[in-house]
Design a protein around this ligand. Structure first.
Ligand code: BEZ
Length: 397
């Protein structure tokens, strides 16, 4: 039998001791976690034009947790909140309050693409889990993609591309886009243009105003002068309410159909009233999807909050579902990070919008519906594009 030299034996003993120490530390961390609540940090707009969107996302997330006995994978949830005010210049300081001061286990946020881009950078720098329940910034599941980042919503490209296709199919040849001048608006206009021009149309002008401005008059006058066949608008929340009403007050809807991604009429219909009736938009959700899953979700939401759910509530609900899928796979043990993030990506999501999966880049691959406004609902009309995957340009995962 070969003898082991004394120096080799010492080395083996040292490696064994180190491995044991490492295992003990991970084991101790896992044990410490087992009894501790999971810290979820909401960074959302609770003030400003997107305030209602932030509140609906939080309500949707909490509804899923409530339906599961207030726990995910057996762990109680402790919530932390920061109002990001949809203000990119404050985003890094705000997200660091959750990451460094509150030490959250997972970040859930946000609505505004400019703020979300800063969150994604901080999440990458600190290796913090991030679930984005709205903001569509294409780069987050494109060039900036990372294993610790997933989205429960959409990329800005997705509903925009679908609307470009629909507008071209309806025979429009000349279109104008109008939006706020920031990542979401610009990417939405670009996605629309890509499909519209592929379908034989031409976008003759991109009109913008600063976020969250609502001084639309001069731009509406320009649209009237240009006489396009269609207008594509990206606005959401309070800004969308005002834009749709102003468009109708200017009489433009009589001759120039107003199209948009569904944000233009989602969560806004009670305030838009008659002005929005009959409008066509594209989105990954429609209020009246007649499936057991959607009906149960809407009933549960209405009972809990005495309000109707909208797409933002769905995205918050699904953010919690995606987190639960990851946590269930590791029995709530966050030290098993790779297994957790892999399960978050791989588990199909049984969403009120319909079942969807996440792409390798972490973005939903989902049907985009054509919807029509009837009363206070965005009603399903057709599937505009089936199982649409964002191109994830620049993502290397
Ligand atoms: C965004 O900034 O990405 C966004 C905001 C509201 C609705 C949709 C997208």
């Amino acid at each position: 039998m070969q003898k082991t030299a004394p120096s080799s034996m010492k080395r083996i003993a040292r490696i064994t001791a180190l491995a044991f120490a490492a295992l003990t530390t991970v084991g101790a961390q896992a044990q410490a976690q087992a009894g501790a609540p999971l810290k979820v940090g909401f960074m959302l707009p609770y003030t400003g034009t997107y305030a209602s969107l932030g509140n609906m996302i939080e309500s949707g997330f909490k509804l899923y947790v409530q339906e599961h006995g207030g726990k995910l994978a057996g762990r109680e949830i402790q919530y932390f909140k920061v109002d990001d005010e949809s203000e990119p210049s404050k985003a890094t300081d705000n997200v660091n309050k959750l990451i460094k001061r509150d030490n959250v286990d997972v970040l859930v946020g946000t609505v505004h693409s400019g703020v979300a881009l800063a969150m994604a950078k901080a999440a990458k720098d600190n290796n913090t889990l991030l679930i984005i329940p709205n903001a569509g910034a294409d780069a987050i599941t494109g060039a900036m993609c990372g294993p610790n980042i997933v989205r429960s919503s959409f990329s800005n490209w997705q509903p925009a591309f679908a609307m470009g296709k629909v507008a071209a199919e309806k025979g429009a040849k000349k279109a104008i886009t109008i939006t706020w001048n920031y990542a979401a608006g610009n990417e939405s206009a670009k996605g629309f243009t890509e499909a519209f021009e592929k379908g034989g149309g031409k976008v003759v002008k991109d009109l913008t105003l600063p976020f969250p401005g609502v001084e639309f008059q001069a731009l509406l006058t320009e649209i009237a002068a240009q006489k396009p066949d269609a207008v594509y608008a990206f606005f959401a929340g309070g800004g969308a309410v005002k834009f749709v009403k102003d468009y109708v007050a200017a009489g433009l809807n009589k001759t120039i159909p107003l199209y948009g991604p569904g944000f233009l009429t989602d969560g806004t219909l009670e305030a838009q009233g008659a002005a929005a009736q009959g409008m066509l938009t594209t989105l990954h959700y429609a209020d009246n999807l007649d499936t057991p899953r959607n009906n149960a979700f809407r009933k549960s939401f209405a009972l809990t909050y005495k309000a109707n759910a909208d797409v933002y509530a769905v995205q918050g609900y699904d953010a919690a579902q995606i987190l639960a899928a990851g946590l269930n796979a590791v029995k709530g043990d966050l030290t098993q990070r790779d297994a957790l993030t892999a399960a978050m990506r791989k588990t199909p999501v049984d969403s009120p919008r319909g079942k969807f999966t996440l792409s390798a880049a972490g973005n939903p691959v989902q049907d985009i519906y054509l919807r029509e406004v009837k009363g206070i609902n965005n009603e399903y009309r057709a599937i505009a594009v089936k199982a649409l995957a964002d191109p994830a340009r620049g993502c290397k995962l």
